[in-house]
Ligand binder design. Structure first.
Ligand code: FES
Ligand SMILES: [Fe+2]
Length: 397
């Protein structure tokens, strides 16, 4: 699905005519970052904020940010999911500060207004004579638009945003695959990591680097993989990577870390990166959702949430926890180098010039449409979508 080009009042950027070139200054400029919050994170896109299995019981909650906007996700007494702005309906103070927990009543400390799990104002120290015409019913916590797909909870702050079906643009099945098949998940735990890099560096994480930067991907034969990449023209992309397990001795003393234990599920790996900033990643027996949020032009928060299946036995559960932490978490064998290299990209981004995408390019001026598993050209359609949202004009050829 194509979106219309936005061109009014965008920050000044010289965007090269060659689609293989992306200006480095867009990663480090404060004015562009502020504009991205407005046009992308508060604009007409959907952002995943939680999976329903993170709040399985009545009263469970989770807080998070989209850009700088605080949100509160709850499971109410009817077992329904609610997403509310985490901002008191009185004077706007942040209501809940814990990352997650369980409660039936949320109290704002400033003037003690109380809200139930649906955001309804259920108590405040105001007598009828204190305020004429005041009714609690008029002051619930406000709510953004919400959509839930296979248990994944999306929000958008714009009334203009297309439906969630149009946003996913046919990738609903790929999302289910990347979340382990059916969305019936059990939360195993979290890791949180601050990247000292711009948010686009995370979204742009390309396939080519996988076996070059990450020794562990080499061990899993990414290089010779028979997988594929898929992309659309609204910024989403993903992998189906068919890794294979090494035979014999590896760099590990104990190969049980990289075993597949799960029966009846397609072997290999799949991931889906949704624009602007989210990834569902299934590698081996690890099922992970990565909720990512920009914090500043040079800082990005990465929240890993790891899941098992409802019918896992204890051995399988422990295996998934071990594999999620030691293979795919922030210190995991597969992914530990990313944070360091992202920081180096950010430092290097202050020097002039462009980021260059070459692996898999057929010509330099046309948006590529076909990719192999390891091509970095698969990132180009997403950059084109970004350029259009930001209203950056291309230089003439
Ligand atoms: S700001 Fe929350 S009670 Fe006043
Ligand atoms: Fe990586």
């Amino acid at each position: 699905m194509m979106m219309k080009e936005v061109s009014s009042l965008s920050p000044e950027v010289i965007w090269p005519a060659k689609v293989s070139h992306v200006p480095k200054d867009i990663f480090v400029r404060e004015d562009i970052y502020r504009e991205e919050l407005k046009r992308i994170f508060y604009g007409a896109e959907w952002t995943p904020v939680a999976h329903a299995s993170e709040v399985p019981n009545v009263g469970d909650f989770k807080t998070c940010l989209v850009g700088e906007v605080p949100l509160l996700v709850t499971r109410d007494e009817e077992s329904e999911i609610n997403v509310m702005y985490n901002s008191c309906s009185h004077r706007g103070a942040q209501v809940e500060t814990k990352a997650y927990g369980n409660k039936r009543r949320f109290e704002c400390p400033y003037h003690r207004w109380n809200f139930d799990t649906r955001g309804k104002l259920i108590g405040c120290p105001l007598k009828p004579e204190d305020s004429e015409g005041f009714s609690r019913a008029d002051y619930p916590l406000m709510k953004p638009r919400v959509a839930i797909v296979h248990g994944l909870i999306f929000v958008t702050f714009s009334e203009e945003t297309r439906s969630i079906e149009d946003f996913l643009d046919g990738y609903e099945g790929k999302l289910a695959n990347a979340m382990g098949g059916d969305g019936r998940l059990v939360l195993l735990g979290y890791h949180r990591l601050t990247l000292h890099a711009n948010w686009k560096t995370y979204h742009d994480n390309d396939a080519w680097h996988a076996p070059l930067l990450h020794m562990a991907f080499r061990m899993l034969n990414w290089q010779g993989g028979k997988g594929s990449q898929f992309v659309n023209d609204t910024g989403h992309r993903g992998f189906e990577s068919m890794l294979s397990l090494p035979k014999g001795k590896t760099m590990l003393n104990d190969n049980s870390l990289i075993e597949y234990k799960e029966a009846n599920f397609e072997r290999g790996s799949c991931s889906l990166h949704l624009f602007p900033l989210f990834a569902a990643v299934k590698h081996l027996d690890s099922i992970g959702l990565r909720f990512v949020n920009p914090v500043a032009v040079n800082k990005t928060e990465l929240h890993f949430a790891y899941f098992g299946r409802e019918d896992d036995d204890e051995e399988m559960r422990n295996h998934r926890i071990r594999q999620s932490s030691n293979l795919l978490g922030p210190c995991g064998l597969v992914s530990m180098e990313d944070a360091a290299v992202f920081q180096r990209l950010h430092i290097g981004g202050h020097a002039p010039g462009h980021q260059i995408f070459q692996k898999g390019m057929r010509g330099q001026y046309e948006i590529p449409t076909e990719f192999s598993q390891n091509d970095e050209s698969a990132n180009i359609p997403s950059w084109e979508y970004y350029r259009k949202i930001m209203g950056f004009e291309k230089e003439a050829r």
